[in-house]
Write a protein that binds this ligand. Structure first.
Ligand code: CA
Length: 701
């Protein structure tokens, strides 16, 4: 028996000794990374999923191979649990000591028996529903963290909560943000050395980004690191902010906040003792408004390495200097040790929104490779000598609008987790092409608490002319790309019907699992992408699957349920038609054959009243729709399935329109009143615009 084979066994025995009333529990991260045939594992010990990305390196590659490419045909549903919400579901569940912990919409936390699905407890943090207006991308949450008997989770309104893992009892709760600003938390916390690390979101609406650490045992704050400088007159928090401020020029950026939120990805290297955070886009998007004198605007769109003990800056790499396109670098980061040009390198890998796949030396931040993994028009290439992108002519729309850009603000890759499989040497990226027309907003005025991008959304709306519209939609694509990070090149792709597909999991069983916007959960061969198995989930699946083994049975689990940014804003771009949300946890094993209850979908019925508005009133309605409504109700009032399709409003809803839109009578669903920013005529013009959209849809059918 080789040392490699012994290591997992030894670790298992150690853990067994440490907790004598538990079965042998091995974190999936402890397995070795050598290639093995897809035969059932001789070892049958318990293997759980105890950290967000499975391990601190966030590889999302499981060593389990009881379920493999030879026997997957018999994989079937073992149990499922339906959650009481019907909004976006993005969580990666954790499996700890036989319990599966996950989150649903509105930051709710659920604990189930991981074998039977029995609900053990739930915690509803009672997020005020009207907080939804302060969110860019649905009332989602991407999961919890676990350590020392505590489950820690963030809430949409900026709280961090710690729960007793056994009972769900609230242990402590702390407000991590200023409630007078439109901050939110949707990301999963990470726990490093007894501290809970948590960021936040809100750049689209106008905030200053930061990441904080709280002591796990008490909830007391240990440190905070801001990602962009504040008002220089107030002094700088540290030298990193002083350096950063030199790259912001000529504007009171601190009033809107500058952006740079850390809303999703982190990773930790225990050997180097470095914490890596991914930093988001600028606030506003438009660099000319944000920083009229130009500059790189550090540390927007950057990967930053921090000292996890005090949050001090170690190094950074900026993917998109002077970001003007919502090109966040918050996307999933994976740590690996790779042999590059004959040299063993400790790397960090990311496929940020801007379309390039980056491999950096994670000790120093040195750029090793950066090649496009999706359609890219904003830059011709990344100069490896300077580490900087070479921008295309016309990339900067701040001067004049230059037509369709790739990627659009939805990104070539968004939050959906990737997986790095050391058996195949491949990183699997859920990628997409969703073009967008960026245009300068010549009449920009800061509206605190609402969207403030500094871009004019009117040119970005899908055109009505059928030919042009078809040509644009033709450019919209979704796929998994299998990326070779050593060769810095793609190996193969799995094409999907449209964009916004799920996060991925790969396993030593030569398998790749992913849900998709077409309502299926599927498995592919990890070595060549051939489809092996699929299950009708009756809903879109965005979240990343996990796998675990208890009592010798390997399970695969995935959170299903449709929503999120593109589902809200891009109904037609999804190409799959409206996709229903059924918020549920699906758990599979070999030989199981449970069925989901039969579902019927009611088709959209469009019966709009007469259109009475003038052309000028319609244009006003469209402008205000694009300013206040499009982020939840979709381009052209076409719903992606996560919120009601306004074109199908009943006569009664038309009657009550103004009491909903300005009066806020649907606040309990997250639809606040807009009386502060819209007068009655503007509200009516938006209704007329929605009627026009319904009539155009009827005419085109
Ligand atoms: Ca953003």
């Amino acid at each position: 028996m080789s040392l490699n084979m012994l290591l997992p066994l030894l670790l298992g025995l150690l853990l067994l000794a440490a907790c004598d009333n538990r079965s042998s529990v091995v974190d999936g991260s402890s397995a070795n990374a050598t290639s093995r045939p897809a035969a059932p594992d001789a070892d049958t010990g318990d293997v759980e999923w105890r950290q967000h990305g499975l391990n601190a390196a966030e590889t999302r590659f499981s060593p389990l191979r009881d379920i493999n490419s030879d026997n997957i045909a018999t994989l079937g549903l073992d149990w499922h649990f339906d959650y009481p919400t019907a909004r976006g579901m993005e969580a990666t569940p954790l499996i700890v000591d036989g319990v599966i912990y996950t989150t649903a919409s509105w930051s709710m936390v659920f604990a189930h028996d991981a074998r039977s699905g029995e609900l053990l407890w739930l915690h509803d943090p009672q997020v005020p529903r009207e907080w939804a207006v302060h969110l860019c991308c649905d009332v989602v949450n991407r999961g919890v963290a676990y350590a020392d008997g505590k489950i820690v989770s963030g809430t949409l309104d900026g709280r961090l909560i710690a729960l007793d893992a056994d009972s769900g009892k609230l242990l402590w709760e702390v407000q991590t943000t200023d409630r007078n600003r439109p901050y939110s938390i949707t990301g999963a916390p990470r726990i490093v050395k007894g501290r809970v690390i948590i960021g936040n979101g809100g750049s689209e609406l106008g905030v200053r980004g930061y990441v904080s650490a709280y002591k796990l045992d008490s909830g007391d704050m240990a440190w905070r690191f801001y990602t962009v400088p504040g008002n220089p007159e107030d002094g700088f928090e540290n030298q990193a902010m002083e350096v950063a401020a030199e790259t912001w020029k000529g504007g009171p950026w601190w009033e809107i906040g500058g952006g740079g939120t850390v809303w999703d990805s982190m990773a930790y290297d225990p050997e180097l003792d470095l914490l890596y955070i991914g930093v988001g886009n600028g606030a506003p998007w438009n660099a000319k408004i944000r920083s009229p004198g130009g500059g790189d605007n550090l540390y927007l769109s950057s990967i930053i390495a921090l000292d996890p003990d005090d949050g001090s800056y170690v190094w950074h790499y900026q993917t998109t200097p002077g970001d003007s396109w919502d090109y966040t670098a918050t996307q999933h980061m994976i740590l690996a040790d790779l042999d590059i040009n004959g040299r063993q390198r400790k790397v960090i890998m990311q496929a940020p929104k801007n379309g390039f796949f980056y491999v950096l030396d994670r000790r120093t931040g040195e750029l090793l490779s950066a090649e496009p993994y999706a359609g890219v028009t904003w830059a011709t290439h990344i100069d490896l000598d300077t580490g900087r992108p070479v921008e295309s002519a016309g990339a900067r729309y701040e001067k004049n609008s230059t037509g369709l850009h790739l990627p659009g603000p939805i990104g070539a890759h968004n939050w959906h987790p990737m997986s790095y499989n050391p058996d195949t040497g491949l990183v699997y990226i859920p990628k997409q092409d969703v073009p967008y027309v960026f245009a300068n907003d010549t009449e920009f005025a800061y509206r605190p608490g609402y969207w403030n991008t500094g871009t004019d959304a009117l040119p970005a709306a899908l055109p009505d002319d059928p030919e042009t519209k078809a040509a644009v939609l033709d450019l919209v694509k979704g796929a998994i790309v299998a990326w070779d990070p050593v060769a810095a090149a793609p190996r193969w792709e799995i094409q999907h019907a449209g964009p916004w597909n799920g996060g991925v999991l790969s396993t030593a069983g030569n398998l790749l699992f992913q849900g998709n916007s077409g309502g299926h959960f599927a498995a592919y061969r990890a070595d060549n992408g051939a489809e092996l198995w699929r299950f009708d989930a009756q809903t879109g699946v965005m979240a990343a699957p996990v796998t675990y083994r208890l009592d010798g049975i390997q399970y695969v689990a995935v959170v299903a349920g449709w929503g999120g940014a593109l589902a809200l804003v891009g109904g037609e771009a999804l190409k799959a038609g409206p996709i229903p949300n059924r918020s549920r946890l699906l758990v599979f094993r070999l030989g199981a054959d449970k069925q989901l209850p039969t579902q019927t979908t009611t088709p959209l019925v469009l019966d709009p009243p007469e259109l009475t508005a003038s052309a000028a009133e319609l244009l006003d309605g469209q402008r205000n729709y694009l300013t206040f409504c499009v982020f939840c109700h979709g381009d052209g009032a076409v719903s992606g399935g996560a919120t009601p399709d306004l074109r199908a409003m009943t006569a009664e809803t038309h009657q009550r329109w103004d009491s909903i839109v300005r009066g806020g009578s649907h606040w309990q669903n997250g639809m606040v009143g807009f009386a502060g920013v819209l007068d009655q005529q503007q509200s009516e013009n938006i209704r007329q615009y929605v009627i026009e959209r319904a009539r155009i849809t009827l005419d085109s059918n």
